[in-house]
Ligand binder design. Structure first.
Ligand SMILES: *[C@@H]1O[C@H](CO)[C@@H](O)[C@H](O)[C@H]1NC(C)=O
Ligand SMILES: *[C@@H]1O[C@H](CO)[C@@H](O)[C@H](O)[C@H]1NC(C)=O
Ligand SMILES: *[C@@H]1O[C@H](CO)[C@@H](O)[C@H](O)[C@H]1NC(C)=O
Ligand SMILES: *[C@@H]1O[C@H](CO)[C@@H](O)[C@H](O)[C@H]1NC(C)=O
Length: 435
């Protein structure tokens, strides 16, 4: 008998499980049963290390079992169902939490049977070997509701060099999902055309969430937050449209579902969200050597104000490929290696009326005299005054937020602009940075 043979290696469990099978036939259920708790995590109970048999986590389970891994022997009175008492047996229970797959990806810890039922790929053990770290990969034409699904190109891990449309539909894992975080682990599609920097050939389009502009080019390492909407089901589609010249396209986007009531949920209306006292922010398709600033963008970048920090400083990233930094080149002809001045504000000849970055009420660090702060900055140098020398700028406006705007025209007055890469550092509350 299979149950007996399978138990042979675990003598105690063997007898007990066997008894369980006989006495509690209606309790054991070969189908994948899940108990969805409010925060969306699922609990599973396996009577064997390989998870072949599962028990509905219902009758008699002690509330205290809600730990990530519980190895507990229940007394004779602990489990009761339909008036029958089951004798002593061992329960292994674990939550379906995120796990580090041996592939290096982020997976979900489930039983091996459930992993294959749900179309995942087992990649290493988790929960002390009672579960497998299940990785979910999806590609064109598919639907997913699995947390942290990887959306990959056709032919992944090889490149895709073809034209067409590759769409993935994301559904909420449960109604209490407010956002999807997209991590561009790999994102390499054709860049914008070189006159007006519009994504004419390849595009990455998100539909069904908050309206976002199409992006293109190289965005590996960057990220994006998508509003999941209020409905119980509110599918969001990710679409790669590829056309034009031959290009070795590669993408691998990790899509994690963010429950509404969590501290890591992004602030409302932010396409990008950064946490931590310091970090680096890049506009889409930024690259100091080849990247072209994308036209037709309009979005906000938010930085979580960390506890006891009151202000924030921004400086252009080091640029190791150009003689003069191109880490802040938003408007003007910045193609050459000579400095192009910053522009500021909304009025006057040197104002920012086409492409700009808003840093609310920004001033240069180190200014002792009281100057009016500016909101809009553009040109070829990061500075809150008109200058060809880069400055570190700061703002104390809360929440910490940048707004990016680019119109749909570059040539002839704008040329060579790469966008921006900024290092930010939050500043502790003090006299200079009032609450
Ligand atoms: C369960 O408990 C037993 C006895 O304390 C121990 O030998 C075993 O390693 C535990 N299993 C897990 C998965 O922690
Ligand atoms: C999805 O996974 C992430 C990362 O492990 C986690 O923070 C988030 O809570 C998970 N979402 C759900 C719905 O389980
Ligand atoms: C994803 O996996 C990486 C590498 O294993 C790990 O550092 C990171 O914390 C994981 N992310 C989440 C959200 O679990
Ligand atoms: C930097 O300047 C040197 C000397 O003028 C020049 O040879 C080189 O091409 C310049 N680098 C770039 C990226 O333009």
């Amino acid at each position: 008998m299979a149950a007996v043979r399978r138990c042979a290696t675990m003598l105690v469990l063997c007898a007990l499980t066997f008894e369980f099978v006989v006495m509690g036939a209606e309790v054991i259920d070969g189908s994948a049963t899940k108990d969805r708790t409010l925060n969306g995590r699922r609990r599973q109970v396996a009577t064997e290390p390989n998870g072949a048999r599962r028990r509905r986590p219902s009758a008699g389970l002690k509330p205290g079992l809600d730990k990530s891994l519980v190895n507990e022997t229940l007394g004779p009175s602990a489990v009761e169902r339909n008036g029958k008492f089951l004798s002593l047996f061992t329960i292994v229970q674990f939550q379906n939490q995120g796990c580090a797959a041996s592939s290096g990806d982020n997976g979900t810890c489930v039983t091996s049977a459930e992993c294959s039922d749900r179309g995942g790929v087992a990649s290493g053990p988790c929960a002390n070997g009672y579960g497998v770290c299940c990785v979910f990969l999806a590609t064109c034409g598919q639907n997913t509701k699995e947390n942290c699904t990887y959306f990959v190109n056709q032919g992944y891990p090889g490149p895709y060099d073809g034209t067409g449309s590759c769409q993935l539909t994301i559904n909420k894992a449960h109604p209490d999902i407010c956002q999807f975080r997209l991590d561009f682990d790999q994102f390499s599609i054709a860049g914008p055309e070189s006159i007006d920097h519009i994504c004419n050939n390849d595009q990455f389009i998100v539909a069904g969430g908050n309206p976002t502009s199409a992006i293109c080019g190289i965005n590996t390492g960057n990220h994006m937050y998508i509003d999941a909407g209020v409905g119980n089901t509110n599918p969001v589609t990710l679409n790669f449209v590829t056309s034009g010249l031959s290009f070795p396209r590669n993408w691998k986007i990790k899509i994690c579902q963010i429950p509404c009531n969590t501290i890591y949920r992004a602030e409302e209306g932010c396409l990008q969200y950064f946490t931590g006292v310091s970090g680096q922010i890049k506009s889409y398709n930024y690259d100091p050597a080849f990247g072209l600033q994308l036209s037709k963008q309009d979005y906000s970048i938010c930085i979580r104000k960390e506890r006891n920090f009151c202000g924030i400083q921004y400086a252009a990233c080091p640029d190791t490929v150009n003689n003069r930094t191109h880490a802040f080149t938003l408007s003007g002809n910045t193609r050459g290696q000579t400095a192009v001045s910053s522009n500021t504000g909304t009025i006057g000849p040197n104002s920012c009326n086409e492409d700009w970055l808003i840093i609310p009420c920004a001033t240069n660090v180190g200014r002792t005299e009281l100057l009016a702060c500016v909101d809009r900055i553009c040109g070829g140098t990061l500075n809150t005054e008109i200058s060809t020398t880069a400055a570190t700028v700061f703002s104390t406006v809360k929440p910490f937020r940048l707004t990016v705007h680019t119109n749909n025209i570059e040539a002839p007055s704008d040329a060579g602009n790469r966008g921006f890469c900024l290092n930010y550092v939050q500043q502790p509350c003090s006299n200079n940075y009032e609450v």
